[in-house]
Write a protein that binds this ligand. Structure first.
Ligand code: FES
Ligand code: FES
Length: 213
């Protein structure tokens, strides 16, 4: 049986269909819903009923995702990306290549960026995950989200959640000190629309804002 931890999930999803700007705002709305409607408490997510997995192939994962504690029984073969998208309804992280080559699935684990498609869900036991839905927690966009809008750093938007999470890590790692260094740091995130000029400008802009906060 699946327990949906996000009662506003459908509303958030429908906002994704409106426009790219609404995508960004929708992410913030989801974050607010998560952090205000549901206080920090452990939620037990039941096993995937549809999958014929024997008990010895499952494991209990105790983790924090976007500030919310979860106890989740998972198939040991499940990727973090599939756990986020298919079980928890956090569809911000995208499945591009599923082979660690495009960066569309980038999330933060304990503040470090990882390719969630290459990470077993079991590996996040005891760790804190942040996805694009949890980037803003005060009702306003994260400076990086705002900068992506201001610099029109997206076209189709498919790569954007991964780009933003990687960009936040890029700044926090101290790699946003020059255009060359940003390009190198962001080289694992591919944009098939070629929005790289806007992405670079957004990161340079947001880096200034993030250093002030
Ligand atoms: S989907 Fe994970 S790197 Fe492409
Ligand atoms: S905006 Fe379309 S893939 Fe990057």
């Amino acid at each position: 049986m699946r327990e949906d931890p996000h009662p506003d999930q459908d509303a958030a999803k429908s906002s994704f269909l409106i426009s790219r700007r609404d995508v960004m705002m929708g992410s913030a709305a989801v974050a607010v819903a998560v952090n205000t409607a549901q206080p920090m408490q452990a939620q037990t997510i039941a096993d995937e009923a549809a999958l014929p997995v024997s008990a010895e192939k499952t494991c209990l994962v105790q983790t924090t995702i976007n500030g919310m504690a979860f106890d989740i029984q998972v198939d040991a073969r499940t990727s973090l990306l599939d756990l986020l998208r298919d079980r928890l309804g956090l569809t911000g992280a995208k499945k591009g290549c599923d082979h660690g080559q495009c960066g569309a699935c980038t999330v933060l684990v304990d503040g470090r960026r990882i390719a969630s498609c290459l990470t077993f869900a079991a590996k996040i036991d005891g760790h804190a995950v942040t996805t694009i839905e949890g980037l803003s927690d005060d009702g306003s966009l994260h400076p990086m989200q705002k900068a992506f809008i201001d610099h029109d750093a997206l076209q189709c938007g498919y790569c954007t959640p991964g780009q933003i999470m990687a960009a936040v890590a890029c700044v926090q790692e101290g790699n946003a000190t020059s255009a060359e260094r940003i390009r190198e740091s962001m080289s694992g995130n591919i944009c098939r629309c070629g929005a790289y000029v806007g992405i670079l400008a957004a990161i340079q802009d947001a880096a200034v804002q993030m250093r002030r906060t």
